[in-house]
Design a binder for this molecule. Structure first.
Ligand code: GLC
Length: 557
């Protein structure tokens, strides 16, 4: 028997409207990350823009997602692709203007899609007015207190104030011509705000209101774990900071004080109608610590980076799924699941390589294997209770572009040496919409990062209505999530006995089996085959599930 598709999708407009009316929509929402630079370019300058996003909203509605999260489009010198914001209330001209943002939000709502925008509160751009004035006014300027300015150590202040390193590599401090140093956990063009200063909190509460008044449905909070630094900015005392990152609480990450900020923000959000949400980008050592961010009076969701970092391995996945569900249950927050975003190697390429290489991989690996596993991993993710995040292009099965020439790279970490990142451009290559044409339909004027040969065959056009294509698999899976309430909803899974390397669980009338082993396995057929990421052969009550394949069954009629 060949691959099955899901039940026919209910009329998508009607179902989108139904979703929009439901309370707590975010608990099982599928949220699609748009990286505006690389989604669609409306004016032919080679760079994606808001009008491009707006023009493609019907595609997202038809794909079947509930919400769109837009990476930053604010006024920015683009030292870190917009995560260096110079003006939080303005759209960068390269992306359009406020009227375009307004039109995008309105159109999305008209299609039943929610809009989540990125908020970058840990740092600003060095071109932000506060920082420019702080520099110009010199030591003693009250504006310097809104950032972390310090004298240096050593006889003439020639050494940084402490031993912290930037996440992008090199010291986390830069010295300015008048001799003081300032803190930047990321690039030097991204000075960290001092959240002990009341003006910083006031400003961000006002920025929240600005975008809430514009009608956004929520915020993704960038570096949500970083705002508060340990009192006195103590030395770390280790020269192996990158190893500690993510495994330990650092003096600049995941400090308990951040939670006071989110409690205040929550009261603001709750003043607004319409079920608006916060999602935290909080890299913490454990899912249990991540759960602190989503206590009932704080944020609504936090990305599950432990899940994203897991190998395609049944035992590892089983453990992280259980731990996630167990740690979210006491705080009453939904689990979230994510496989790809704009900071990590796409999961089709991660799974094409041997496990243990981390989330920044520079080799293509076995592409066919990677895609097979990626499709299976996606069906597994979409069968889990809670909310799932999809990164643009993963529905096309795009691989990471691992061979970009050095001269086109823009990731600031790439230029700072031994950072944890540095190769993030590979997942940011503009996506292909059409088989042929300038930048495969991305825009009429090429694309800011070169697209590889063969990109057109992965395009939306090439995959639409193509049986077995990855795009049709995503469409079918998302349609099934809408028509089968057991998918996505609920808080737990009932594990079923399964051979080694295989995950099997029941959720109400629905059963998911994911075969991560390198071999095909025979399992009971658990009802009517709803969807599979590969070819499934059923004989009587048994099914043969090939290697690296996920199957959904339903016992409902
Ligand atoms: C977050 C963003 C990443 C950015 C960093 C600094 O991790 O996802 O893209 O470089 O914050 O803002």
């Amino acid at each position: 028997m060949s691959q099955h598709s899901a039940d026919p999708a209910p009329n998508s407009v009607a179902s989108a409207t139904a979703v929009a009316k439901r309370g707590d929509w975010w608990r099982d929402a599928v949220i699609y990350q748009v990286y505006p630079r690389s989604f669609a370019d409306s004016d032919g300058d080679g760079m994606g823009d808001l009008e491009g996003v707006r023009s493609r909203l019907p595609y997202l509605r038809d794909l079947g997602v509930d919400a769109v999260w837009l990476s930053p489009f604010y006024a920015s010198p683009q030292a870190d692709a917009g995560y260096d914001v110079a003006d939080y209330r303005a759209v960068d001209p390269m992306f359009g203007g406020l009227l375009d943002a307004d039109a995008l939000i309105r159109d999305a709502h008209g299609l039943g899609l929610r809009v989540i925008v990125d908020l970058v509160p840990n740092h600003s751009s060095d071109q932000h007015e506060w920082f420019r004035r702080a520099l110009a006014e010199g030591p003693g300027s009250p504006l310097r207190d809104r950032y972390h300015f310090r004298p240096g150590k050593g006889d003439s202040g020639e050494l940084p104030p402490n031993d912290w390193e930037s996440i992008f590599g090199g010291p986390a401090w830069t010295r300015v011509p008048d001799g003081e140093w300032y803190l930047h956990l990321f690039a030097p063009e991204q000075p960290d705000f001092n959240w002990n200063h009341p003006a910083v909190g006031d400003e961000f509460r006002s920025i929240l209101r600005f975008w809430l008044d514009m009608g956004v449905d929520g915020f993704r909070i960038d570096v949500a774990h970083g705002l508060v630094k340990a009192e006195g900015l103590p030395d770390l005392g280790s020269h192996d900071q990158l190893k500690l990152l993510g495994n330990d609480v650092m003096p600049f990450f995941d400090q308990d004080g951040v939670h006071d900020i989110y409690r205040q923000w929550r009261t603001i959000l709750d003043e607004y109608s319409g079920d608006r949400v916060f999602v935290a980008e909080a890299w913490t050592p454990t899912v249990e610590r991540t759960a602190n961010y989503v206590r009932p009076d704080e944020l609504h969701q936090a990305f599950n980076f432990q899940y994203l970092s897991s190998a395609w391995d049944a035992a590892e996945l089983h453990e992280v799924i259980d731990r996630t569900l167990d740690s979210m249950r006491p705080v009453g927050a939904p689990a979230t699941w994510v496989l790809s975003n704009h900071d990590v190697t796409r999961h089709s390429t991660r799974f094409a390589n041997p496990p243990g290489l981390g989330t920044q991989i520079r080799t293509a690996g076995d592409r066919e294997l990677g895609l097979r596993r990626a499709r299976a991993a996606t069906l597994l993710m979409l069968a889990l209770p809670g909310s799932a995040y999809i990164y643009q292009g993963e529905e096309l099965g795009l691989p990471d572009v691992v061979d970009l020439p050095d001269e086109v790279r823009q990731d600031p970490a790439y230029f700072r040496g031994a950072g944890q990142d540095g190769f993030r451009d590979g997942c940011r290559v503009p996506i292909p919409w059409t088989r042929e044409g300038s930048s495969y339909g991305f825009g009429s004027g090429g694309s800011w990062l070169p697209q590889p040969a063969g990109w057109g065959e992965l395009s939306v056009q090439a995959q639409t209505a193509e049986p077995g294509s990855t795009l049709e698999l995503y469409r079918a899976a998302l349609a099934a999530r809408r028509s089968h309430a057991d998918l996505g909803a609920g808080e737990g899974v009932e594990w079923l006995k399964a051979p080694e390397g295989v995950l099997a669980f029941r959720r109400g009338e629905f059963v998911c089996v994911a075969n991560t082993s390198g071999e095909s396995v025979t399992t009971p057929a658990h009802g009517r085959l709803l969807l599979a990421s590969g070819e499934i052969a059923e004989t009587g009550n048994e099914a043969k599930v090939p290697a690296d394949t996920t199957v959904w069954w339903t016992t409902a009629d």
